[in-house]
Design a protein around this ligand. Structure first.
Ligand code: GTP
Length: 371
């Protein structure tokens, strides 16, 4: 089976991290997100993937060379790049990428920022059983007001698309979860070379024209990692074992809920936590509810809680990092404070004694530099 993975977005909601690293290449619990997604596709029988992109293409080529991808379980996928000259939107990009795959057959499409335990085989069987032209995976969320809501009839046929309904006014809690099975007839409906949205244009138009559009609800784990809150949430979920017992392949559980890659000892660590290779937690420093990438240094007196630190971060003595995301190589100066879902960009420096909080709260001082 062939798949198109949409990875061309700029990921503006995760800036400044995405100024330097495209969202699908950010680590999630110390594994590049796209690697998780390719592995999930391979586990469900996908053997050929077109990466549909335009933003920072060289970063993808460097990390996933065109040709073939082999995952940790030795499953192999052929990788093809479809680099758009201009952003074509989610439908235009699918058509463009499908042309690179040379398909005249059904394809699976997924957004490159979705982590899910969906049984893709079940979605394809559902699609077959209804002789659908397109089938959408639906996930249930507590607050659908930020999503495309998709009410269906009892057999799964789509009734309507309701984009971002006001809070409390959604007809259902089931939302478009960003994974689709599409027949070639859908690709023919997408105009070539134009910027077209699959959610806002292609699917609603198919509905108007009485095409066979279905949607399958699934209670499998699902999250879109594209906002700071959700990026932190996916880490909390992986640490809580919501996608499987181990947050990342190869980590070992040194004590209950304390996962370690490499040979760090559990001193200074409070469960749940994942610590990458070559980290140093010094003196009375404390790290809990967090994920540390490789070679992170947390100096004496520093506290890291409910946060995600990428590789090579330094948290200097007495600094506090809470509910925040710290990009690769960043330095949090001595006695500085980074809290409240702040994001520090790669190689940025929060100076000694600095305080970084999100703008909606009054900042006492913001002597942070960020790219
Ligand atoms: P934000 O800027 O934060 O909204 O993130 P985003 O740019 O990723 O946009 P969004 O989350 O709406 O996109 C959903 C998926 O479609 C992501 O996997 C994007 O990478 C992808 N995507 C969005 N627009 C395009 C496009 O024009 N071309 C391609 N190839 N992919 C796209």
């Amino acid at each position: 089976m062939k798949a198109v993975v949409l990875v061309g977005g700029e990921g503006t909601r995760l800036r400044p991290l995405t100024f330097t690293t495209p969202k699908p290449l950010l680590p999630v619990a110390n594994q590049v997100f796209l690697e998780r997604q390719l592995s999930w596709l391979a586990a469900h029988g996908v053997d050929e993937v077109a990466l549909s992109l335009g933003y920072l293409p060289d970063a993808f080529r460097a990390r996933f060379p065109e040709g073939r991808f082999v995952d940790g379980a030795n499953r192999e996928v052929r990788l093809v790049y479809a680099v758009e000259p201009v952003p074509l939107g989610t439908a235009g990009a699918v058509r463009f990428a499908a042309e690179h795959l040379g398909v005249g057959e059904r394809i699976v499409v997924c957004n490159g920022d979705v982590l899910t335990g969906l049984d893709l085989g079940a979605l394809v069987s559902f699609h077959d059983g209804r002789q659908a032209e397109a089938t959408i995976h639906l996930a249930r969320v507590d607050d659908p007001s930020a999503f495309g809501v998709v009410p269906t009839f009892a057999d799964g046929e789509v009734k309507a698309f309701v984009e971002k309904p006001p809070r409390g006014a959604a007809p259902t809690d089931w939302i478009n979860a960003g994974t689709y099975v599409l027949e070639p007839s859908i690709l023919e409906r997408i105009p070539a070379g134009l910027c077209v949205s699959i959610e806002r244009e292609t699917f609603p138009r198919l509905l108007e024209q009485r095409g066979r559009l279905f949607a399958m609800p699934s209670d499998a784990y699902w999250i879109d990692i594209g906002t700071p809150d959700q990026y932190l949430q996916v880490h909390a979920d992986l640490l809580a074992g919501r996608l499987g017992p181990c947050p990342v392949p190869g980590a070992h559980e040194a004590a209950p809920g304390i996962w370690i890659q490499g040979d760090a000892t559990p001193e200074g660590l409070g469960a749940p936590v994942l610590v990458g290779p070559d980290c140093r937690i010094e003196g009375d420093a404390r790290v809990s509810g967090s994920v540390l990438g490789a070679a992170v240094r947390v100096a004496p007196g520093a506290v890291v809680a409910q946060s995600v630190l990428h590789d090579d971060v330094t948290v200097a003595a007495g600094a506090r990092v809470r509910d925040s995301i710290i990009g690769t190589g960043a330095v949090i100066g001595a006695d500085a404070e980074v809290v409240d879902r702040s994001i520090v960009g790669a190689n940025a420096v929060v100076e000694l004694g600095g305080c970084l909080v999100r703008a909606r709260r009054p900042a006492t001082a913001a002597p942070a530099t960020s790219p």
